[in-house]
Structures are given as C-alpha cells and as structure tokens.
Design a protein around this ligand. Sequence first.
Ligand code: HEM
Length: 376
Amino acid sequence: MSVRVAPLLRATAGRRIQTAAPSFRSVTFKRGFAEGGPNVPPPSPPRKSSSPYALVGVGVVALGAAYLFFGTSGSANDTAKELGSKARGVAAAVEGKVGLRHSQEDYQKVYDKIADTLEVEGYDDGSLAPVLIRLAWHASGTYDKEDNTGGSNYATMRFKAEASHGANNGLNVARDHMEKIKQEFPWISYGDLWTLGGVCAVQESGGPKIPWRPGRIDGFETNVTPDGRLPDGSKAEDHLRFIFYRMGFNDQEIVALSGAHAMGRCHADRSGFDGPWTFSPVTFSNEYYKLLLDEKWGWKKWNGPAQYEDKKTKSLMMLPSDMALIKDKTFKKYAKQYAESEEAFFKDFSAAFSKLIELGVPTSQFAGDGWTMGSD
Ligand code: HEM
C-alpha cells in the first residue's frame, strides 16, 4: 500500500504509518459534554476600526431598523438578541464594504498560527487537522436553506445547547484548541476562526487550496438550531440526501465532501464507531474512494454500533453512510471518478467545502471574492 504524506506532517505521519495496520491505537480522549459543557466564550470584541463612531452609528441605526421590523413580539430578551444579531450583521457588512476590516495579512497570521500548532505529539495520529476539519464542517452543516437558519455565521456551537448535540461529541478538543488561538487574535470572530481552521487543516495536510474570506459574526444562543441536522453514520443514501439537500448540496457534492474521511478516525468514546478510514489519516488524499472501491468490506464483529472493516487487515473502517457511496448508483459514479482522479476530487472538494463554510452567512457580510490563504 503506497502512502502519501503531507509535507508539514511528514515526520509525525511517518511514525504513525509504521504502526498503522493493523494496530491503530484506540483513543482515550474524554468527551466533553456529558459531564457539562464549557463556559461559553464571549463574543469577539469589536473589529479594528479607524472610525469607531461610524460602526456605533451603524449599529444604532440597524437596531432601530430591526426594532421597527421585528416589533416587540416574542420575549423581550429574545427580541433584543435578535436585534443584536441584526445589528452586528449590518455592522459587519459596512465594515467589509468600507475597508475597516482586518487585512488579509492579519488573517494570514492567524492561519500561520493554526498551521504551526496542528502537530500534537501523542494526540491521535499526531495531528489536530482532522478534528479541526470536523469542527468547521459541523459548525456549518446545520444550515437549512428553507428558512435560512444555521450555518457558520453565528458560531452557535459555543453554546452548550448545541455543543451537547450528540453529533458534536469530541469537538471540545477542537474548540478548546481554537480558543488558545483566539486569545492571541481576539479580534477574529469564532465563525471566521473555526472555518479558517478547517481550511488550514485541509491545506496543510496536503489537500487543495480552498478560497476563504472573513465576515462571520458571533451570534446568540437564540441562533442555535435544533438537534438532528447533521448526518447519522448508521444511515444510508436516503438519509444523506435528506440531510445534504437541506443544506443545498447535490449528489456530486455529497460524494466530494465525504472524501474528507480520508482524514482522521472514529472514536468509540465520541461517536461510538471506532477506527480510521485510511492508512494515512493525517494526509488529505483520494485514498478514501480507492479503499472504498478496491477493498473487500465486511461487518465488524464487536459490541459497538454496526460498522464495516476491511477484510484484509481488519484495521480500517467504513460507516454504513460511507458504504452508501458505492451502493447507490449515482453516488458510485462520482466515487469512481474521484478514485481515478485526485485532481478531480481536489477541485470538487475545494468548491464544495468553500460553499459549505459560507452557508448561512449573508453575502452582504463578505467583502469581495475568497482569498487563497497559506503559502506554496
Ligand atoms: C456524509 C455524512 C457524514 C457522516 C455520517 C459523518 C460521520 C462521522 C463520524 C461518525 C465521525 C467520527 C467522529 C468521532 O468518533 O470522532 C466522523 C469523523 C470525521 N468526519 Fe465525518 N461524517 C460525514 C460527513 C463529513 C464531511 C462532509 C466532512 C468534511 C467535509 C467530514 C469530516 C470528518 C473528519 C475529518 C472526521 C475525523 C475527525 C477526527 O479524526 O477527530 N465528515 N464523521
């Protein structure tokens, strides 16, 4: 089995690969929320502004406008928070348009810091990249295109109400890590930070460049969406379509996004499932599709939830939802394309992930096109 290793993570990945099959070690990280969630971090301070009065003015005007728009229905507290979100949104939009936002160079410094701290000796396979990708995805994948709720705009996973959703088990590891970055760059919003973390993690693990731009704002607990919006690994194609169509994705995008499972692993104490999808779980590649199609898979005999294992080494896993990508005819067509061409996978993954991390963010809050972060 040939294994490609991402440049930044080469040393660590190399070490892991020697022991990868068949003895991937199981992980003993504690899950965060059953025992009580973390304190909700405060929203970001006001962004850099050469003219603070301008933004205050905009906020006041927005509050007034939102007040007129929403009236006083609902609880006063909720209405105030709704107004607060609207005002922050308007302020963010103005900030972007009139050039008051931090520069690309400033965001590049945040990116560099994340990149420098990805490798962690002794944690999983030596890198936080997989769990940072999962954080960016779960922070965004709550979006519902019908009512335009959810998505990455408000970073609502800061609140226990969302952090404690079963699908988010274990993401405290990623949020806690990002909190340290945030201490150094308090001006960045959580939504921008978490999505930039996902982009950095993909790119620094050898994946494609993903256009990214700032503009997300920190919302309130009232912006938290109901549990059940993220996919369930024990289900198959109908469920995947139901979940991803709701976000506005099509079949090809579902298959492309799922290729992120080349990275990382399942943890028995987080999702109940166990093991990595590929032999090189800190390298972003099209290995996931190749293994799905080329290996023989059977049910794993164990006391945990139903999952597949590869018959040859019994060290790799697939979720029933992963297997749906080769059982469903349409999905399989794309899985084959991506197994045959990493270039095609990278191109489509980049486009779909870029779309994913902008779900729920009003275009008005962005200024201009996405940036290419990182270095060559
Ligand atoms: C298609 C539906 C999906 C299902 C059912 C699903 C399910 C899961 C499950 C059960 C885990 C294991 C969590 C744990 O035990 O730590 C996981 C991990 C992961 N997922 Fe997904 N996922 C899906 C789509 C995605 C997408 C769209 C992305 C990103 C674009 C993604 C990225 C990841 C990554 C990187 C990990 C590894 C995390 C780690 O190593 O800590 N997944 N996923």
